[in-house]
Design a protein around this ligand. Structure first.
Ligand code: PLP
Length: 380
């Protein structure tokens, strides 16, 4: 039998490539975005309580209602923005499923989707699997600022969706209020859907405010927000997240979610519903990771890497152009094998694998891991 691949150019995700290499060479793994410390024992106990209480069968298809209510409460409290827990919030199998389901619900063959590059790597295959085409807008290191005139030029009658991500993986930059207003103005009066990937919503530094699409009424009316409890509560392996959108969009989303995963891990949802009643559990995240960013950057301030401090996420981009001419993938592999430190080459997220000589390092690690990593980076 012969089959034509639906994704002929797709390679194994760079996260698996680098984590596997890190493991093989026993390197400090600052590549894939996950903490090397344990999440809150309280939350783990709540999950085990929920299992012992018998919540071990299918959860309701859109998610445990108490959890959806708690999510709605968070949006009310933080953004004075209301989402109806009945029909505007769905609990998903991580943000990845939310992104896939939102794209699949709306993208048809030949629809165009605008993606800012570097971009988290699940967006483009999800568009292509649905027959859509990606219009990339490449942002440049170190500012990664969007030129909204360029966006205006790239919008066509076929543009169905624009995907944004703030705070931004992999650059650690954030969209300003002005960026959001520009996006709102450009999409006003169009049928364009905005997919706003806000998984790092609570990991934002230096007293900056997260600019959620839900703060901008016209944007909110055309937007999906995708979010990740794994990122927020240091349990990425639980693959639990959610999606918010106005009812008309969510009605279509749920049709895909229903036959993609049907429903999401039940005891974890019961536990999260209880856990997020205490806002401190997520509101303290920014200062927690800002400490780690500051520690990491202070430790490497005399190294030969150049950087602009990350404004959000738990990633720091480091420019190595003063150190080597190697392309970023080769250097990332060599540093893993020879120096014992793994990172992510940013070209993996760029259009045409553009190589700006920048590597991404994850600082969601214990202070001890960061010190050991810095010792290596300072000698490069
Ligand atoms: C920008 C971005 N979006 C989505 C995801 C996926 O989130 P989840 O693990 O909840 O599926 C990640 C994970 O690294 C991410 O960095």
């Amino acid at each position: 039998m012969q089959h034509k691949s639906k994704l002929p150019n797709l390679e194994t995700t760079i996260f698996s490539v680098m984590s596997t290499l890190a493991h093989k060479h026993n390197a400090i793994n600052l590549s894939q975005g996950f903490p090397d410390f344990k999440g809150d024992q309280k939350l783990i106990d709540l999950v085990s309580d929920a299992m012992n209480a018998g919540h071990n069968h299918y959860a309701p298809m859109p998610g445990v209602f108490k959890l959806r209510e708690a999510i709605a409460g968070k949006y009310d409290m933080l953004y004075k923005s209301s989402y109806n827990p009945e029909n505007e919030i769905t609990v998903t199998s991580g943000a990845t499923e939310a992104i896939y389901s939102a794209i699949t619900a709306f993208i048809r063959p030949n629809d165009e989707v605008i993606v800012f590059r570097p971009a988290y790597d699940c967006y483009i295959p999800s568009v292509e699997l649905n027959g859509g085409t990606v219009t990339s807008i490449q942002l440049q290191s170190p500012e990664y600022k969007v030129n909204w005139n360029e966006v205006k030029e790239k919008i066509s009658s076929k543009t169905k969706m624009i995907i944004i991500n703030t705070p931004h993986n992999p650059s650690g930059t954030i969209f300003s209020k002005e960026d959001m207003l520009q996006l709102q103005e450009l999409t006003n009066g169009t049928n364009i859907i905005v997919l706003s990937d806000e998984v790092y919503e609570h990991i934002i530094f230096d007293k900056e405010q997260h600019q959620s699409v839900c703060l901008f009424p016209d944007l909110k009316s055309r937007s999906f927000i995708t979010a990740s409890f794994g990122k927020t509560f240091h349990n990425t392996g639980w693959k639990t997240g959610y999606c918010c959108a106005p009812k008309a969009l969510m009605d279509e989303f749920v049709k895909v979610h229903q036959f993609n995963v049907f429903s999401v891990n039940h005891p974890i949802q019961i536990a999260l519903a209880e856990y997020i009643k205490s806002p401190n559990h997520y509101l303290e995240l920014g200062s927690f990771f800002q400490h780690k960013r500051d520690l990491f950057l202070d430790l490497i301030k005399d190294s030969r890497f150049k950087f602009t401090a990350s404004k959000g996420t738990y990633f720091q981009a480091l420019d190595y152009s003063d150190i080597s001419n190697e392309n970023d993938f080769d250097l990332a592999v060599r540093l893993t094998k020879e120096k014992g430190i793994a990172s992510i080459p940013i070209s993996a997220f760029n259009a045409n694998k553009l190589d700006n000589k920048v590597l991404r390092f994850c600082f969601a690690k214990t202070d001890d891991t960061l010190k050991r990593a810095a010792d290596i980076l300072n000698k490069i």
